[in-house]
Ligand binder design. Structure first.
Ligand SMILES: Cc1cc2nc3c(=O)[nH]c(=O)nc-3n(C[C@H](O)[C@H](O)[C@H](O)COP(=O)(O)OP(=O)(O)OC[C@H]3O[C@@H](n4cnc5c(N)ncnc54)[C@H](O)[C@@H]3O)c2cc1C
Length: 397
């Protein structure tokens, strides 16, 4: 095994971050800005499309039913603006996001109440006002909407490039095409890759859908489920509806069609004239074999979305024009994992972003950086602790 130039004990790293998706890249960025000599390791050549952080669009919003996410988003917006200023390029564009639902629906109510209680700029639409303002949306079941006026569309590919560039400018090192094979805990952690070996005072694991592969041997079994998500793009049925469809804002449909999972949409950005509409749930999959779905547990997302399009957006052709895929890594409660390893204080874990983590990445990176430096982040992290899961048998170390 070759020993890399910077892996000798005299030249050990202050911090190594495993996984250069958006969460690992922001963690490395904050560590480097705090003066830590930091190495960011990525198994695939960058940029790549095999994890969760690629593409042209993600929704950013303040609207959440839970106060703890709203508090984190306040900081995330500040940090996104800082990165935009440093990079000298816009990484998002503002557009309202409609939360669509029935007035009596408890989840819809909690979005609405949180926006009122926490003074999130918003606008409320009755079904009639909604149909008037957005004629392409048919409130099929008498739905109303609350628009989050702080929302927008983030540009993931540009954001990832910008944060990695700023990390390098702060003195950080990125090594891509280098897969971490083993982690040996200790006061200095030893990290073995397919190319060599490194030592670090602290390690942060942000390996997305591959997290369990690295964490299981460290004796922490997390209930993480990688899911394959289909991303569908839809076109207007005809020239009569095209201009309306092209002016659709972002939206989040709450329990429409009596469905447990959300349906969300983004305006035309990636493919001219096409609207992105997805089902916020997918089918269990192995991250290295995303094309091999188990038929028995495949989610009928296309049928669900076609029903939604026919009922709520009748100006769209109910056959999607383009289909792509991406991976989520879900926890059972869909809250993130942001915590120190239960036994090894200098190993920090950021995982389980459950399909809604991109917008939080700047503040998630800051929190993971603070945890790894032994600091207590100024947020309520109870919902993100590993201890919320029932204890599972510990793997031998
Ligand atoms: C279709 C889709 C739509 C989404 N929409 C939204 C949205 O609108 N708003 C929002 O906020 N969020 C959204 N998300 C979620 C968001 O994109 C993810 O939460 C976020 O990208 C997760 O980032 P990550 O860094 O944890 O994971 P990843 O991007 O998967 O990064 C993990 C990285 O670790 C690397 N890695 C793994 N193992 C190793 C190893 N052994 N050695 C070295 N490197 C390793 C991987 O190659 C990968 O690059 C969406 C996700 C998808 C898929």
């Amino acid at each position: 095994m070759a020993v890399r130039e910077n892996s000798s004990p005299s030249c050990l790293y202050d911090a190594v971050v495993v996984g250069a998706g958006i969460q690992g890249s922001f963690t490395a960025y904050h560590l480097a800005k705090r003066g830590q000599k930091t190495l960011l390791l990525e198994q695939f050549p960058l940029p790549h499309t095999r994890g969760s952080s690629h593409g042209q669009s993600r929704i950013i919003r303040s609207a959440y039913p839970q106060d703890y996410y709203v508090a984190m988003m306040k900081r995330a917006y500040q940090l996104w603006a800082e990165l935009e200023a440093e990079a000298g390029t816009p990484l998002q564009r503002p557009t309202p996001m409609l939360v669509l639902g029935r007035q009596q629906n408890p989840e819809f109510q909690s979005y609405w109440q949180t926006m009122q209680r926490l003074d999130i700029p918003h606008e409320t639409f009755t079904p009639q006002a909604l149909a008037q303002k957005y004629p392409e949306i048919r409130p099929h079941g008498g739905e109303m909407a609350v628009a989050d006026l702080t929302a927008g569309v983030l540009y993931p590919d540009k954001a990832l490039k910008a944060v990695q560039e700023q990390f390098r400018r702060s003195g950080g090192t990125v090594r891509d095409g280098e897969k971490v094979l083993a982690i040996l805990p200790g006061s200095a952690v030893t990290i073995t890759t397919n190319r060599g070996e490194y030592r670090a005072k602290r390690l942060v694991v942000t390996a997305g859908p591959w997290s369990s592969r690295l964490l299981d041997p460290l004796g922490v079994q997390l209930p993480l489920q990688p899911l394959r998500i289909h991303v569908y793009y839809w076109r207007a049925k005809d020239s009569g509806t095209r201009s309306h469809v092209e002016h659709l804002p972002c939206f989040l449909g709450i329990n429409l069609n009596q469905d447990a999972h959300h349906i969300y949409g983004l305006p035309t950005d990636e493919y001219p004239g096409l609207v992105k509409i997805c089902y916020h749930h997918g089918s269990p999959v192995e991250p290295d074999r995303p094309d091999q779905l188990d038929r028995a547990s495949t989610v009928p997302d296309l049928q669900i979305l076609q029903g939604f399009v026919r009922n709520y957006l009748p100006g769209l052709d109910p056959e999607p024009a383009v289909q792509e895929h991406c991976l989520y890594t879900n926890t059972p409660d869909e809250d993130f994992i942001l915590d120190r390893h239960p036994r090894f204080n200098n190993i920090v874990i950021g995982a389980g972003f459950s399909g809604h983590g991109f917008k939080f990445a700047p503040v998630v990176g800051e929190i993971l950086c603070q945890l790894s430096l032994g600091e207590e982040p100024p947020y309520n992290l109870a919902h993100f602790r590993i201890s919320r899961f029932p204890a599972s048998p510990k793997a031998a170390l």
